[in-house]
Design a protein around this ligand. Structure first.
Ligand code: FES
Length: 581
């Protein structure tokens, strides 16, 4: 046995780091070892690099239903490489099991992740995540904690089949629900469809937020090469897990921390990938938050400029036709990155200790496939996301142009206003609602503070009468978000939000609104004087809460352009704005 009477005399690694405070470090280590030996571990095991495994398996999270198998493979990888795996639980968030919205809890999960990495002895950490908010929360926490960290994605679910038609969550969930609302399908059929939309564990099978964040994590250099796309239930996903465990040991020995990986170049690569995959609009918020933790500030105008020179190459729903398992069969991120190579920083470092360019080379040559288009023949000529400006959104708003209706991208219409989500629920299907197909639907108070938590209610339904008349899309504007699996001409993230007195708060029924995606314009055709008079007549009272996490949230949450992070979690000091242009 080593002489541990004075652990401070040795470099604090493994079990010797982060000792509990008893006023005697030797006793602290003695006690820690006594307890861990109570779990059956030997002295020899305790001498190895300790690899924490942040587990987010939960009965409430079917997107992480394969976590036990993944963690078994991870542990095998850690042990084969000579490390000691230490699994620990953190908060887990699933989109359909977190009320009022998982976004309220993303920052709490990031704090949980950061503090558990800090508090417990580990030389590196593996972050097991997948469902929408989990990967951003884990990357935010890991960026703040500063320990060597590697992301393991749980992987996408399989697709199902309904009467010969392929279906998958959740673009097809929305499409079939819209058909049900429009009375195009009967009750027995919609019940059968419900059983086919999610045919296995894993994350949503289209380019929703989870798939987008998986691709972004790989583009950031935070996963093993090829770690984004293997479906959840495949042997390849298990091998990715085993390799992730081995790499975590390598990172621990090399001291390869997130400060060397989450650089300006890595974030620019990730932003480029977000645009090229027609990724979820939610990822703009999450990227801003992760970048914020690493000391950067996302510049929405520069992101838009990057979009004009970054075509959408990935033919996946909701922008295209295919599903995640098709992307994987087409070579996954290696195929995409190979095409994007002229636009990437190839010298950005990854968790392997090699550069992104070296990893693209190592993936070998491409092959014939029809899921990732060549740069010269894109699915959409510009990046999937357009950033809008104007007097209705002084801090910006975004629109997923690759999933919008071409006929509505240049549109002026009469505002039909809903004051909040409850007002929408009460009136949207009211036959007496004065609304026409070329009106613009406006929903207020679903922003970061308004709802709160900026729920994915921005893709709210077409009024029932119009839906039954065959109207499939209308311009919809809100300060909320929408699911990455949704589609339509939907303006989101209007900043500042209505709940803090942004101009959106003062839109009235009958006002004219102009949307011009070509000019990146979102204008309320009301004079500044009239808007100021409305603001003076109806001063906004910001939402508040009496106690607990809700109080913390409402007092400290930032707006969408700052990633909806808490102000006290973002490091102070000057920020470099990204992407640089
Ligand atoms: Fe978890 Fe879609 S609900 S990824």
């Amino acid at each position: 046995m080593n002489d541990d009477r004075d652990p401070a005399a040795r470099v604090p690694t493994g079990m010797r780091q982060g000792l509990t405070s008893y006023g005697d470090t030797g006793f602290s280590l003695f006690l820690r070892k006594a307890f861990i030996k109570g779990a059956g571990l030997s002295e020899s095991a305790l001498e190895r690099p300790v690899i924490g495994i942040a587990s987010t398996g939960s009965a409430y999270n079917p997107c992480h239903g394969n976590a036990p198998q993944l963690i078994e493979a991870l542990k095998r990888g850690v042990m084969l490489a000579g490390g000691l795996p230490m699994e620990f639980p953190t908060i887990s968030l699933h989109e359909s099991f977190a009320a009022p919205t998982s976004m309220v809890l993303r920052n709490l999960m990031s704090m949980d992740t950061e503090e558990m990495i800090r508090a417990q002895p580990m030389d590196a950490v593996v972050l097991v995540g997948g469902c929408d908010k989990t990967v951003p929360a884990q990357l935010m926490g890991a960026a703040s904690a500063g320990k060597p960290a590697i992301q393991l994605i749980t992987g996408s679910m399989l697709t199902g089949s309904h009467r010969g038609e392929r279906v998958g969550a959740c673009t097809d969930c929305r499409r079939w629900w819209a058909r049900w609302r429009a009375r195009e399908v009967e009750a027995d059929e919609i019940a059968v469809v419900n059983e086919q939309l999610v045919p296995s564990v894993g994350t949503c099978s289209v380019m929703g937020t989870a798939s987008t964040m998986a691709c972004i994590a790989e583009a950031l250099g935070m996963t093993v090469p090829g770690g984004a796309s293997p479906p959840a239930v495949t042997a390849e996903r298990m091998r990715v897990a085993e390799r992730t465990g081995a790499l975590a040991v390598q990172m621990a020995r090399a001291g390869l921390g997130p400060d060397r990986i989450l650089t300006a170049k890595a974030f620019e690569n990730a932003t480029r990938v977000l645009l090229a995959i027609g990724g979820s609009t939610n990822a703009v918020v999450h990227l801003a938050a992760i970048a914020g933790r690493a000391g950067f500030e996302l510049d929405l105008r520069a992101l838009d400029r990057m979009g004009t020179e970054t075509p959408v190459l990935l033919d996946l729903k909701p922008s295209g036709a295919h599903y995640m398992e098709d992307f994987h069969a087409a070579g996954g991120m290696a195929t995409l990155l190979r095409e994007l190579r002229p636009l990437l920083h190839l010298d950005a470092l990854t968790v392997t200790g090699r550069t992104l360019g070296e990893e693209i080379e190592a993936a070998g040559p491409g092959f014939a496939q029809d899921v990732v288009r060549p740069l010269a023949r894109p699915i959409y000529p510009q990046g999937g996301i357009a950033v809008l400006q104007g007097n209705l959104a002084p801090g910006g708003a975004i629109l997923k142009q690759s999933a919008a209706s071409a006929t509505l991208m240049e549109h002026e219409g009469r505002a039909v206003v809903f004051e909040d989500a409850a007002d929408l629920a009460t009136r949207i299907d009211d036959p007496a609602l004065d609304v026409n197909a070329d009106d613009i639907l406006v929903l207020k108070r679903i922003g970061p503070k308004g709802a709160p938590g900026m729920p994915e209610a921005g893709a709210f339904p077409i009024p029932l009468e119009l839906a039954r008349a065959g109207v499939k899309d209308m311009v919809r504007i809100s300060d909320g978000r929408m699911s990455g699996t949704a589609f339509g001409t939907i303006v989101l993230h209007v900043t500042p939000e209505a709940a803090v007195g942004g101009p959106l708060a003062h839109v009235r029924n009958g006002d004219r609104i102009r949307l011009s995606v070509a000019r990146r314009e979102l204008s309320l055709l009301v004079s500044d004087g009239e808007l100021a008079a409305r603001a003076a007549a109806n001063p906004v009272r910001e939402p508040s809460a009496e106690r607990g996490y809700r109080k913390l949230f409402l007092q400290t949450v930032l707006q969408a352009d700052r990633g909806v992070d808490f102000d006290f979690l973002v490091p102070g000091g000057a920020k470099q704005r990204l992407p640089r242009s």
